[in-house]
Design a protein around this ligand. Structure first.
Ligand code: ZN
Ligand code: ZN
Length: 139
């Protein structure tokens, strides 16, 4: 589902027994804006107020948690505060440009199957964070 796909959003919420409220709709709309692919909860709050001035910070935080639980968003960690990401493609990882700070969705080619040197751990998820310079900052 694409961010901003309201029909899919409504269907997903109903499937999980959640009502489509103006708050949930406003928060979902934020992720359809250009440049809103990876946002902190506070950034979502700032944008959501443009749609719904009375929305509270607590509602935004709770709703983001709900969206992660029902599979509308995923959480990206490792770049400071948690970022909410509507790109659910499980093969995508993140590249942060150290010059402009932009976070890009990237795919890692030739990644080896990771094994831990320490015994006894079971890996359920690997998040790769890559840093460097983006194509724009290199040119
Ligand atoms: Zn850059
Ligand atoms: Zn992403």
């Amino acid at each position: 589902m694409q961010p901003g796909d309201l029909a899919g959003f409504v269907a997903d919420l109903r499937q999980h027994g959640l009502r489509v409220t103006p708050q949930r709709r406003a928060i979902w709309q934020v992720f359809a804006e250009p440049g809103c692919a990876h946002l902190t909860a506070d950034e979502v709050f700032g944008h959501a107020r443009a749609y719904l001035p009375e929305v509270s910070r607590a509602t935004v935080y709770n709703t983001l948690g709900e969206f992660v639980r029902v599979g509308l968003l995923r959480v990206v960690e490792g770049f400071g505060p948690a970022l909410y990401d509507p790109n659910l493609d499980p093969t995508h990882q993140h590249f942060r440009c150290q010059r402009c700070g932009q976070l890009y969705d990237v795919h890692v080619a030739g990644a080896p199957v990771l094994e831990l040197v320490e015994p006894g751990f079971a890996i359920s998820r690997v998040q790769i964070t890559v840093e460097g310079r983006c194509p724009e900052c290199r040119s």
